[in-house]
Design a protein. Structure first.
Length: 370
């Protein structure tokens, strides 16, 4: 890939588009943390500089590496993008593996094989929610986790015969060199308040986007498309030469967890009671509303929520109290609920991510360029 263009200014911000929706509670927390943002920002700049000067060790692997990550905290749809990209590469004749940090998983080995592409070895509690979900939904594609990601990367290459790697949430993991750096922004929240943690949503200063090769705005819809396009224009202006693509989420079916049958969304009982433990629960609610699925109530839980029997009893109690004829959650939550037995019909929403065809074409061209 050609050298990464330099940003047009040494101190980039995304402040002209500080329009991402943010709860008042988060605004208050970020207001308290704002005085510490410059310190954290400086530390992250220094870290990136030291990696760039090889002060810290960087691993160059024998196969192409694609990183999918984000600048902001919270959900940007990395998992469905990684899954879609892995399936695309598999269809093109590659043998991809997905390498994740395994956040929330209890497995503590240096290399944790969630799936070798044929057999799933770890449950959600051991692997983490997202790696387990990808292992379930991507037959033939190994999924591995590990804190020092170079180690599961090498295992995927030498033990499993993989010839291309996808780093899930890899933008800040600078120890592994990559051939393509894809940075995601949610089309709903964009850059949030454009301030660096702990005063805002950004994991690093916006100048870190100079490391990116491709920007992808995820979850574009008719209501958010105009704002997303204005944000894309800003990215192109601040970081010229870096293409911006879009992806959409498409609800395709609901799976009945009692008999594992698939149902068209128009055939679900009504009303339903919804719950989830993801970074942006409002996105799940909006998706259900967009499919004209009527909810009698909804429970929002923290991201990576662990479900106890008592919590599940409380959820079903609320569902019955609300007059629901069924319960629905996300596929990500469902991987932790294999032993859940509600009396009410229980469904998980199945989603597809459709990537811009131009993005897939660019990735193939880049991989085929010496």
């Amino acid at each position: 890939m050609s050298p990464v263009p330099k940003p047009t200014s040494s101190h980039q911000t995304l402040s002209p588009l500080q329009e991402g929706l943010m709860p008042d509670s988060k605004k208050k927390l970020y207001l308290l943390g704002r005085p510490f943002s410059p310190l954290y920002s400086t530390a992250m700049r220094l870290r990136s500089f030291l990696y760039g000067r090889h002060f810290f060790r960087r691993y160059k692997l024998e196969v192409p590496v694609i990183s999918v990550g984000n600048l902001t905290m919270g959900g940007t749809g990395k998992t469905p993008v990684v899954s879609s990209l892995a399936s695309f590469l598999q269809a093109q004749g590659y043998k991809p593996a997905i390498i994740s940090r395994g956040y929330g998983g209890a497995a503590g080995n240096r290399v944790n094989v969630v799936s070798d592409g044929t057999t799933i070895f770890l449950d959600a509690g051991q692997a983490g929610d997202e790696p387990r979900l990808m292992a379930e939904t991507l037959p033939g594609i190994p999924v591995l986790t590990g804190i020092v990601r170079a180690l599961p990367c090498r295992h995927a290459i030498h033990a499993l015969g993989c010839n291309i790697l996808i780093l899930d949430d890899g933008f800040q993991h600078l120890a592994v060199d990559r051939d393509i750096n894809i940075v995601l922004f949610s089309a709903d929240t964009l850059a949030g308040n454009s301030r660096v943690f702990p005063g805002g949503d950004l994991r690093e200063p916006a100048s870190a986007l100079s490391r990116a090769d491709i920007f992808l705005l995820t979850g574009t819809t008719t209501p958010n498309k105009e704002r997303a396009e204005r944000f894309a224009t800003l990215l192109k202006k601040r970081f010229p030469g870096k293409p911006v693509f879009y992806s959409v989420y498409v609800p395709c079916a609901a799976r009945n967890e009692k008999d594992q049958t698939s149902h068209a969304l128009t055939t679900l009982p009504s009303p339903l009671y919804g719950f989830c433990g993801i970074a942006r629960p409002q996105a799940f609610q909006q998706t259900l509303a967009g499919q004209q699925i009527i909810l009698s109530g909804f429970t929002s839980l923290k991201d990576h929520q662990r479900y106890t029997p008592r919590l599940l009893q409380q959820i079903e109690k609320e569902a019955l109290k609300s007059g629901a004829h069924g319960i629905i959650t996300t596929a990500k939550d469902m991987v932790k609920l294999t032993d859940c037995h509600f009396d009410l019909p229980f469904f998980s929403l199945q989603m597809e991510t459709r990537l811009d065809e131009g993005l897939n074409a660019l990735i193939l061209r880049t991989l085929q360029t010496p």
